[in-house]
Design a protein around this ligand. Structure first.
Ligand code: AMP
Ligand code: MG
Length: 399
């Protein structure tokens, strides 16, 4: 068995960030910006009012209460090119451009419009600049808007749109082919013969990819023979940036996936000092990284978290590859036996009164997917007897 860190270094060290591509904003959410993004425009593009009210000369309000002549109305979208002279005011709506001559806005709540609408009474004095959003107050032309390495969020998309930037240069979203293989597996809802089980890993792995912001490609349940596997994996290497298989990588496996990957790829077969997910195959077929995850449903998910997800995040250009970990209080005994391995227990973590608290999410067998499904964290239990109720454990948060 090799230590977890050695296996992770090997896998993560072997993959490289994908090429940069220019994508429309609609496709950019969650992707990593390749170059610094500089603005070519000012935001806001012109001085405008932050409030509904009256545009005035601030000096005129110093005698408040005072009455000014209303010379017009400026709505958002208007040019607002009327001139405001001394003793004058214009009704103005939030977002409308400040008319020339004016230097302050008095909000509508501090005004009383006359019945004929020709004059307005101002209740309070306001300083110059009052409620004005000046041109470029958020972003000036030439400003660094966000740096290379930024992960594009909905807010970033809004900033880019506000600058009139409709394409952005990002690391490509990894396209990841997923296959299942194993003679016992059945696709679809039909009846099971004795000895058969349904293929669940493919659903899970495709969803994990989706959730992580990658593009999963369902390559199906591939018949467990050399020809079918060779054809599918070679085809994947032409169209995908990476491939994930599950099953057939453990010591006792009969599956052909091992034979085929060794024949057409350059694979390393590892036994890692962790439980679940001890076996892992990792290597390349025609330069495409291949993750051969173990078949047990919990193992394949844990293996995805520990190896595939961080490696794929590196390919996507991310700097932070791992899920966050926290120190948490065990609400119950999280016991285990010494066996030379680090255990990843499926737990529910709750943040209560400033502290994370952990309890088992259900049965801890590597075939018991329900507990993994209900877990939102993995408790990291180093080799030994585990963690007693009230003691502190490290937990890797999955949501
Ligand atoms: P293996 O890694 O091929 O030795 O498989 C370990 C266990 O995982 C066996 O009980 C398999 O039946 C099960 N298994 C393998 N692939 C899948 C899958 N795609 N969905 C659900 N269970 C699977
Ligand atoms: Mg098998």
């Amino acid at each position: 068995m090799i230590p977890l860190e050695e296996a992770r270094d090997y896998v993560i060290g072997a993959v490289a960030p994908l090429a940069a591509v220019t994508v429309p904003l609609n496709d950019a959410l969650g992707l990593v910006v390749v170059d610094d993004v500089a603005s070519t425009e000012a935001v806001p593009p012109f001085a405008n009012t932050a409030m509904d009210g009256f545009a005035v000369q601030a000096g005129d309000t110093s005698a408040a209460p005072t009455t000014l002549e209303v010379v017009g109305t400026i709505a958002a979208g208007d040019k607002g090119d009327m001139h405001i002279g001394p003793g004058q005011a214009a009704r103005i709506m939030t977002g409308a451009p400040m008319p020339p001559g004016s230097d302050a806005v008095i909000m509508v709540e501090l005004t009383t419009l006359s019945e004929d609408g020709k004059t307005v009474e101002i209740a309070e004095a306001v300083p110059a600049g009052n409620h004005i959003r000046s041109a470029g107050e958020d972003i000036e032309p030439g400003d660094l808007v966000f740096a290379a390495g930024t992960i594009i969020t909905p807010g970033h998309l809004g900033v880019l749109a506000s600058l009139g930037t409709f394409e952005v240069s990002v690391r490509r979203r990894p396209r990841v082919g997923v296959i299942s293989t194993g003679d016992e597996l059945v696709d679809g809802p039909g009846p099971l013969a004795h000895g058969q089980i349904r293929d669940s890993n493919r659903r899970t792995i495709l969803a994990l990819l989706d959730e992580a912001g990658f593009e999963g490609v369902d390559l199906g349940l591939v018949a467990d023979n050399k020809e079918s596997l060779t054809t599918s994996i070679l085809a994947a290497s032409q169209s995908c940036d990476a491939m994930i298989s599950s099953g057939g990588v453990s010591m006792g496996a009969f599956d052909f996936v091992k034979v085929v990957l060794d024949e057409i790829g350059d694979m390393r077969w590892m036994q890692i000092a962790i439980k679940p997910a001890k076996p892992l195959a990792f290597g390349f077929v025609n330069d495409m990284p291949v993750f051969g995850l173990p078949g047990n449903p919990v193992s394949s998910m844990v293996s995805f978290e520990l190896f595939a997800r961080p490696a794929l995040r590196k390919m996507a250009g991310h700097q932070h590859l791992d899920r966050p970990t926290v120190q948490a209080v065990a609400d119950q005994d999280l016991l285990r036996r010494p066996d030379g391995k680090t255990h990843f227990a499926r737990v529910v973590s709750e943040y209560i009164d400033g502290q994370y608290r952990l309890r088992f999410a259900g049965g801890q067998g590597s075939h018991q997917l329900r507990a993994m499904a209900n877990a939102n964290a993995l408790a990291v239990l180093p080799d030994g007897d585990g963690v007693k109720a009230g003691e502190i454990a490290t937990a890797m948060l999955l949501d």
